[in-house]
Write a protein that binds this ligand. Structure first.
Ligand SMILES: Nc1ncnc2c1ncn2[C@@H]1O[C@H](COP(=O)(O)O)[C@@H](OP(=O)(O)O)[C@H]1O
Ligand SMILES: [Mg+2]
Length: 274
């Protein structure tokens, strides 16, 4: 377990992420403008308010640790490569869900050590729910102020209880369906943002195949939660855990989130990738 995140630091981080969430909610509650970024994805005042609040929080709490944010990602790899430890944040994941006001967006803060997400906080302010994971330590959820430890569930016998598979509302529908076609009895749920990984972490979903692009900040915090809860976030080609900061590009390979490995879904995955 990373010794870097003490209980005091963890509590301050959670408090600070909640404060950033209040700024996001103040904007969510009123009219706001939506810009389009160069990659055609939307950007709102809330993305930037959360970015500034989280960067200020992290610079205050741990001035020696660099921060990489989706909204300030132009740091050359030559610089990032030297980072043994850094914060990786997505100030507002699920911006389209924010714009559509369906509540399925999150604030994400991850600590990366030697490329491995070792600690993460995922906060969904509309749901008033926070997921926290410290790899090698605890995974827990705070829902409406109540703390509860979380863990992945064992894959049920699909004839008794269908597997639950979670997918994006907007990305990769065709390959998602090809994967699901190879599974035993299952039901599908659609959801925005990193909430999908948290559903697996808390045992409310079994699998989240992501056969479409994402960036490292979309997944790192929730990967720490999933891992701490006993699950895995695996590259679909190698079935090795995702790592951050291994190359110039911050794009993730396609991946699958699971509670545990199992030949039944692994063969469905291989078939869907052909
Ligand atoms: N072509 C692409 N390249 C990289 N990331 C992409 C992408 N299309 C979607 N995403 C990522 O997918 C996230 C939304 O995922 P989902 O559809 O599962 O909710 C977006 O997060 P943001 O809202 O932070 O931009 C965005 O980062
Ligand atoms: Mg995102």
């Amino acid at each position: 377990m990373t010794a870097f995140v003490s209980n005091v630091l963890r509590a301050r981080l959670i408090e600070g992420v909640h404060a950033a969430g209040r700024e996001v909610m103040a904007i969510y509650a009123r009219d706001f403008s939506v810009e389009t970024k160069d990659d055609q994805s939307p950007l709102t005042e809330a993305d930037m308010a959360s970015h500034h609040a989280l960067v200020a929080l992290l610079e205050d709490l741990t001035p020696e640790v660099p921060v990489l944010s989706e909204e300030s990602a132009e740091i050359p790899y030559a610089t990032r490569q030297a980072w043994q430890r850094y914060w990786l944040i997505d100030p507002l994941d699920g911006t389209k869900e924010f714009v559509n006001k369906n509540g399925e967006f999150t604030l994400n803060v991850a600590l990366i050590e030697e490329g491995v997400p070792v600690f993460g906080i995922v906060y969904a302010p509309v749901l008033q729910t926070t997921w926290v994971g410290q790899v090698g330590g605890e995974a827990f959820k705070i829902a409406q102020g109540i703390y509860a430890n979380i863990q992945v569930r064992e894959l049920p016998d699909p004839e008794v209880a269908p597997w639950k598979v979670v997918g994006s509302r907007r990305h990769g529908a065709e390959t998602f369906e090809a994967f699901c076609a190879g599974l035993p009895a299952h039901e599908c749920v659609s959801m925005g943002s990193s909430l999908k990984l948290c559903l697996v972490a808390e045992g409310n979903a079994d699998l989240y195949p992501r056969l479409a692009p994402t960036s490292e900040w979309d997944t790192a915090a929730a990967q720490a939660v999933v891992t701490a809860a006993g699950g895995e976030v695996l590259n679909v080609e190698t079935l090795e855990p995702l790592r951050c900061n291994q190359q110039e590009s911050v794009l993730n390979p396609f991946f699958i989130v699971c509670g545990q490995r199992d030949e039944r879904w692994e063969s469905a995955l291989r078939a869907s990738l052909q």
